[in-house]
Write a protein that binds this ligand. Structure first.
Ligand code: CDP
Length: 242
């Protein structure tokens, strides 16, 4: 298929957004019963669940570490989340994303507080429309908080990129596919620290700081929505309570 037009002369993107707008976002914490913590996060048509178990005993036991918890992370796309026929097992892409997501989360979780245990994070993409790693990270950090795991900060993430020669915030699937660049970024906003930054495609030296500033603006809004979602669950009056 030839490249579709991604931005109109009036600066409107394929889904009606301007260059600096996020997709409609929905976040909910504590959505699953069986796990210790969970979250659901939606960025437009991208929909992701995250569930956390632990800290719990490590199996097999000899894999445990004497001085800290092990953080396990599995990022997975369900077979019905994409159009193509997706293999049932873990693809190389899913193994890579599980690793970069884990490394980003390890920067904020106080693992040394739970020696000889594991904290297991499962991320399930149920619908993919661009930005699943950033949505997955955003959901995973909420699920960790919901599980009561002590953390230095939440992780908030979004992709910026370049389409039709313009920098844009929060790429959707067509923008990701046909754009010139896609740069997912995750931050621990309290410390103004970048914990994940990848770049697919090309942007110039001059564009890089502008792209970073655009991502930060989006991340601060996502961070605000995360804290709101947590407050909604934890400051709600218990049923039948006062
Ligand atoms: O999802 P994210 O942007 O973090 O990662 P990506 O590898 O850049 O993929 C971009 C998008 O391509 C995904 O969000 C999906 O919409 C789509 N995709 C797909 O349709 N099938 C795959 N096997 C992988 C990705």
């Amino acid at each position: 298929m030839s490249k579709p037009k991604l931005i109109t002369e009036d600066g409107i993107r394929t889904d009606g957004r301007r260059f600096d707008e996020l997709r409609p976002i929905r976040m909910e914490v504590g959505v699953l019963d069986k796990s210790d913590g969970s979250a659901y996060v939606e960025f437009g048509k991208t929909r992701v669940f995250a569930a956390v178990f632990g800290p719990r005993e490590v199996h097999p036991r000899h894999l445990s570490l004497p001085d800290r918890a092990i953080l396990n992370c599995r990022y997975h796309m369900t077979s019905f989340s994409v159009e193509e026929r997706k293999p049932l097992g873990m693809t190389r892409r899913e193994v890579e994303l599980s690793k970069v997501i884990r490394e980003a989360l390890e920067t904020v979780v106080f693992l040394e507080e739970f020696p000889r245990t594991s904290i297991d994070i499962y991320i399930e993409v149920v619908q993919a429309d661009g930005g699943t790693r950033t949505t997955g990270l955003t959901a995973a950090s909420l699920a960790l908080a919901d599980a009561g795991i002590p953390m230095a900060d939440l992780i908030a993430a979004v992709a910026v990129g370049k389409v039709d020669g313009q920098l844009v915030l929060d790429l959707n699937d067509v923008e990701d596919k046909y754009g010139e660049a896609d740069m997912p970024i995750a931050m621990a906003p309290r410390f103004n620290s970048i914990v994940l930054l990848q770049l697919n495609g090309r942007i110039s030296k001059d564009e890089f700081p502008k792209a970073l500033a655009l991502a930060k603006k989006g991340i601060m809004e996502i961070y605000r929505l995360q804290r709101e979602a947590l407050k909604r669950k934890y400051s709600a009056t218990p049923e039948g309570g006062m």
